[in-house]
Design a protein around this ligand. Structure first.
Ligand SMILES: *Cc1c(COP(=O)(O)O)cnc(C)c1O
Length: 564
């Protein structure tokens, strides 16, 4: 079953999470969605890749929210046997001084244009292992730092060994975030100099060779966000045939910093937007951090009505989304509006089904959905409820929210409770709906069906953000703080609107948000007979969807990172 994939050298793409399809809950948010879009584009472009991730039998979690807005987390157990085939091979790694066996599953990602890409999902739930070790690949981002380190050993060391054992020839390794950086250690073990030519104190690892083989994409613009493990823990859990002095030189003297390790073992390093690369270069002096701005997968993120529209007016857009730049003059405005009305109707029906709330088709919907965590400031819109009510009395609007908080993120969970409280306080003036269990399918419905996509992160903490790009594929303008991709994507009044003026500054505050909403966005919407609103919808498609897509992103990785 592997024959169709192992006959040619491939690029191995390592990611702790990956969003393969809605029924497979092996992702938590944007990072996993990006990994999925990466492989979907590889399938469409026929780039020979192989993704490596963990099977996460219990998923991330299924979110339930009670009437007070308290999040409850349920295991989202899924049956891998339904989707993937077991691999014959097993390999072993040392964890905690024990031998832990790792098997794997082959999931074949099938692109909508016929492309196929292999995805390996690593699994320690084998009879050979004790019950603790069997659980290492159960919970995505679950447990404590010991559990996390074990998962990263399975992903990094185990992934490289399993690829090798089943016959893949890998011509390049791509680490999607630092979680997989231990793959570099496995490559060091493989590529060594013979010791007789070494001067005392010189490392016998062929680091230039390892570096040549690796690229690293960082996603986190704050030091505190990077995985770190104490060397006490590392020495206890990781097998002890690595030279600790070399590891400390590569990964940091005080603790094993996965980002440092990845930086030092990769010839090509990039951030996920221009601003993020700048911030990363300042954070890591001495390294060259390039910028490859993220993108989203064209077919996946265009609603059915927009797929049909583009197929009709811009055939070939699925392979060359650049063609969408013609949307501003080659697609009739009435047809765009009609496609939007359909996508909005689909969202309204989903809201009715999930929340029992009847939203109005002729009143604009603001959408905000993403992981619920403090820096994303989901509460910014609700900073001054009186002002918000005053705006809505003259120019009504409706709000749809969604998003999960990490089970250990108390702030994030508290934010959901506050949003529920705000929704109650606004009842009667502004309909506010919070949809539970944000996932791929809900993201598709939401980013296509709202009228304005809102994003209010605290700069410069949003490395890129991708949900706003999904909105652009459906002609939905963004109203966003200038951070991440929006610094590049915002042409004021043409593709959407900025909240505050200064890129990367904290002036994207609530006043600026209310002013823009009241004086610019809503007036344009309600005057939409003069075509102003549709001009912005067309601007979002032609200027942003044509560029912020994962085909452009992968063509850049292929030529600038993988082809060296
Ligand atoms: C796209 C997506 C995200 C990322 O959204 P951001 O706005 O970039 O944070 C998170 N979760 C799901 C389900 C998504 O589809």
């Amino acid at each position: 079953m592997l024959d169709e994939f192992i006959h040619e050298p491939r690029i191995a793409y390592f990611s702790m999470e990956i969003a393969l399809r809605n029924e497979i809950p092996t992702y938590a948010g944007g990072l996993g969605m990006l990994a999925g879009d990466t492989m979907r584009s590889a399938a469409d472009l026929d780039l020979p890749m192989v993704a490596v991730s963990l099977v996460s039998h219990a998923g991330y979690f299924r979110q339930e929210i009670d009437a007070q807005g308290r999040q409850m987390e349920h295991a989202e157990t899924w049956d891998i046997r339904h989707w993937a085939q077991p691999l014959d091979a097993k390999i072993a790694v040392q964890i905690d001084g024990r031998t832990v066996w790792i098997g794997g599953w082959l999931y074949v990602l099938e692109g909508h244009m016929g492309g196929r890409q292999p995805v390996l999902l690593l699994d320690t739930d084998l009879n050979e292992n004790g019950s603790n070790d069997r659980e290492i690949t159960h919970h995505l981002y679950g447990g404590d730092s010991v559990y996390r380190l074990k998962q990263e050993i399975v992903l990094g060391l185990g992934g490289v060994r399993l690829l090798n054992a089943i016959g893949f020839t890998i011509r390049h390794y791509h680490m999607n975030e630092g979680h997989s950086a231990l793959l570099g250690l496995e490559l060091m073990r493989r590529f060594t100099y013979s010791t007789e030519h070494l001067r005392p104190g010189e490392s016998h690892y062929d680091l230039p060779r390892v570096r040549d083989l690796c690229s690293f994409t960082t996603h986190t613009p704050v030091e505190a966000g990077h995985d770190r493990f104490s060397y006490d823990l590392v020495q206890r859990v990781l097998d002890n045939d690595f030279d600790m002095d070399t590891i400390k030189r590569l990964a940091g003297e005080d603790s094993l910093n996965m980002t440092r390790l990845a930086l030092n073992l990769s010839e090509y390093v990039n951030g996920v937007a221009k601003k993020h690369a700048e911030v990363s270069n300042a954070m890591f002096p001495g390294y060259k951090v390039h910028a490859i701005t993220n993108g989203v997968h064209p077919y996946t993120w265009a609603a059915e009505s927009f797929r049909q529209l583009y197929d009709h007016y811009l055939p070939g857009w699925c392979h060359e989304p650049q063609l969408l730049m013609r949307a501003d003059c080659c697609i009739p405005e009435a047809a765009i509006w009609q496609a939007h009305v359909q996508a909005k109707q689909h969202l309204i029906e989903k809201v009715q089904a999930l929340a029992g709330v009847a939203l109005k088709p002729d009143v604009p919907i603001l959408g905000f959905a993403r992981r619920m965590t403090a820096y994303k400031r989901p509460d910014l819109l609700f900073s001054d409820l009186d002002r918000l009510r005053a705006i809505a009395r003259k120019q009504p609007f409706q709000i749809v929210l969604a998003g999960k908080a990490h089970p250990n993120d108390e702030n994030g969970k508290h934010l959901i409770e506050q949003l529920y409280a705000h929704a109650r306080a606004l009842a009667g003036t502004i309909p506010v709906v919070y949809l539970p269990d944000y996932d791929l399918a809900l993201a598709q419905t939401l980013t296509a069906g709202v009228d304005v996509w809102l994003n209010t992160p605290l700069p410069p903490l949003e490395a890129s953000g991708t949900s706003g790009m999904k909105a652009a594929f459906n002609g939905v303008p963004n109203l966003s703080v200038l951070d991440g991709w929006w610094i590049e994507g915002c042409i004021e009044g043409v593709t959407g609107w900025a909240i505050g003026d200064t890129a990367g500054m904290a002036d994207g505050n609530a006043h600026a948000l209310y002013d823009k909403l009241e004086q610019v966005v809503l007036p344009l919407y309600y005057g939409h007979s003069d075509g102003g609103w549709l001009r912005v919808m067309k601007g979002a498609i032609s200027k942003n969807a044509s560029y912020f897509n994962s085909h452009r992103m992968m063509r850049r990785y292929a030529t600038e990172a993988y082809a060296r």
